[in-house]
Design a binder for this molecule. Structure first.
Ligand code: MG
Length: 242
């Protein structure tokens, strides 16, 4: 894993449509060196870059990503909800995203979003693509998930890939979970992050990333307190402030 101080959330979600190739290009143009994005499986088992389980908010279409084949997902417009300027921007496959990220030299935090029961197929599909399409000369990725089953599947399938323990609030048993899953970083919701949790993670020696920080003063104070990376929808503003 190579960590940057500022990570563009879903690309740069306040600057360009989230989880799109245009968003990754914009993040890079804004000076970002690392982005976060979400990956889930289409009905036919292809990993695609998309946050919600339902298509509605981003594309206006009915249905769920996991119940829709890739060919139908590719016909949807994932750009117009952000701005008419992005009309026709497609949902990227993970393969397409990796090709662009490699071209841009962007590091990334890939979040696995598994439908229940598909944790292993998702981890398998993502790991296979990373092995084939992400050469060792590029910044090593971080793979995260709220779902312990997905991280455990990834650990079994591709133990060398760096895993991040992603939570809303640090649970009491966090340390044993991090060890069990072989995670090398912890990612918490900044709104719910206590000073005790921050100190516990840092004193245990794990890099700590927080999401989603869109206020520059908050970003400065978190970094001053020892947070290693800020995940933001407006990474340019946070970069400028730090
Ligand atoms: Mg995410």
């Amino acid at each position: 894993m190579r960590l940057e101080k500022v990570v563009g959330h879903r690309g740069a979600a306040l600057r360009a449509p989230e989880n799109t190739l245009a968003g990754f290009r914009e993040a890079a143009a804004l000076g970002c060196r690392m982005v976060e994005f979400d990956v889930r499986l289409s009905r036919d088992g292809v990993p695609v870059v998309f946050h919600d389980d339902r298509l509605k908010r981003v594309t206006g279409a009915e249905g769920a990503v996991g119940e829709t084949p890739l060919a139908d997902l590719k016909a949807l417009d994932a750009g117009s909800h952000f701005s008419p300027a992005y009309k026709g921007e497609a949902i990227p496959s993970l393969a397409e995203a990796l090709a662009l990220l490699a071209e841009l030299g962007l590091g990334f935090d890939l979040e696995l979003k598994a439908d229940p029961g598909r944790e292993y197929p998702l981890a398998e599909a993502a790991a296979a693509l990373l092995e084939r399409r992400w050469p060792g000369s590029l910044p090593p990725p971080l793979v995260t998930s709220f779902e312990p089953l997905a991280l455990a599947a990834l650990k079994a399938r591709a133990p060398a890939l760096a895993r991040g323990y992603l939570v809303e609030v640090l649970p009491r048993e966090w340390r044993s979970e991090v060890e069990r899953l072989g995670a090398v970083a912890v990612i918490c919701n900044q709104r719910l992050l206590s000073r005790e949790a921050l100190r516990a993670v840092k004193s245990a020696g794990y890099p700590l990333l927080v999401y989603t920080v869109n206020h520059v003063e908050r970003a400065r104070s978190l970094v001053a307190d020892g947070v290693d990376a800020i995940i933001s929808d407006m990474p340019d503003a946070i970069l400028a402030a730090l």
